[in-house]
Design a protein around this ligand. Structure first.
Ligand code: SF4
Length: 352
């Protein structure tokens, strides 16, 4: 049985050997999960996961200062620093102050972090997880919500034209709910300007201006004479830190940190074609894993050599025969893959 997620399937398409090493090799080091991964995730990825944790609470209507707590706990455990931690607080407060009322007036939140499993054939199951399922109050239509943290929200609609996820998630949601789901809405959370690879959002950095009489005023841009300050360390006449700053900033300014895509309507013919390709490929994978010799497996999961894919691939030393998985684990470059929600869902089904 192949229990697949879209991102997992994409990894196999990018390079079959990469997919094999990431999801099917091993098990290593006594782990009960197959596959290998890098021990530390990228800070941008960690920030995205932390935001999703907070967003889940915000969609439940939890106040921002409470909603952010699990996100801060996770982000701290992953080693994110003051700018990222304070950005998380700032963006939750910005949502609450500038966006939440309009959002909840427009949409009813039907479910949050919904696990969706869709059997495609008797041996291939598609696993997806929807950030939320919404009902548009104006016409009763259902939509899957996807949160995306982004460094750039330009051309926000065009970014999602080729994202098959929008169609597979809405298909899966429809099969679970038994009601038509029209497609996806992508809600972008803008991280703000970046400086030297770090977050430089005006939610956490401001500028102050001191006149000849010593009077201090505040702003979000330098304007040639401002002194930059970290909001979280600042005491303002109107309060301290990020909470005071976000409540002082204009609502229209805060709204710019959230961008909603036009509805991305599901295209059944395209998604049908794509799913048939998925089923063919995944059935072949299932067959080779069940019936193939180790050499067959090696041959099937061929290496997609290219500077583009191999240059930044964590499995490069294995592919180029410079090190074994065990050596890379011992050196801390790789670790046995941690169990994902998809693995847990598959285990549940297997036990049943
Ligand atoms: S190094 Fe290249 S060939 Fe090897 S798994 Fe990575 S992408 Fe594939």
């Amino acid at each position: 049985m192949r229990y697949i997620s879209r991102s997992g399937h994409d990894t196999f398409r990018e390079c079959p050997r990469k997919g094999y090493l990431r999801y099917l090799s091993g098990p290593f080091g006594g782990s009960d999960t197959l596959g290998l991964e890098q021990p530390t995730s990228h800070p941008a990825l960690t920030l995205g996961i932390a935001w999703h944790t907070a967003a889940e609470q915000l969609l439940r209507g939890v106040p921002a200062t409470e909603a952010v707590k699990p996100a801060l706990e996770f982000a701290t455990s992953q080693g994110l620093g003051d700018p990222e931690l304070n950005w998380l607080l700032g963006i939750c407060l910005a949502w609450e102050r500038a966006v939440a009322e309009d959002f909840f007036a427009k949409y009813e939140v039907l479910s949050i972090e919904e696990e969706l499993t869709t059997p495609l054939t008797s041996n291939v199951v598609l696993y997806t997880r929807a950030d939320a399922i919404l009902r548009d109050r104006s016409d009763g239509s259902l939509w899957v919500l996807n949160w995306k943290t982004a460094g750039d929200v330009k051309n926000w609609n065009r970014k999602w034209f080729y994202d098959i996820q929008s169609w597979t998630e809405s298909l899966a949601a429809e099969s679970k709910l038994g009601e038509p789901v029209r497609g996806c809405i992508y809600l972008g959370v803008w991280k703000g300007p970046m400086y030297n690879g770090g977050i430089s959002s005006r939610l956490i950095y401001g500028y102050k201006f001191t006149d000849r009489s010593g009077n201090v005023t505040y702003g979000t841009e330098n304007n040639g004479s401002g002194t930059r300050f970290s909001v979280w360390n600042e005491k303002f006449p109107f309060g301290d830190g990020v909470a005071a700053w976000v409540s002082w900033l204009p609502k229209d300014f805060l709204k710019k940190y959230f961008v909603e895509s036009a509805p991305q309507i599901r295209q059944d013919e395209l998604v049908g074609d794509w799913l048939r390709q998925v089923v063919t490929y995944e059935s072949d994978v299932d067959h080779i894993l069940q019936e193939g010799t180790p050499q067959d497996v090696k041959d099937f999961f061929f290496q997609n050599w290219s500077d583009l894919t191999c240059g930044r691939c964590p499995f490069n030393p294995i592919c180029t025969l410079k090190a074994t998985p065990e050596e890379l684990i011992a050196e801390g470059f790789l670790q046995p893959r941690k169990k994902s929600p998809r693995d847990e869902a598959q285990e549940k089904v297997t036990e049943e």
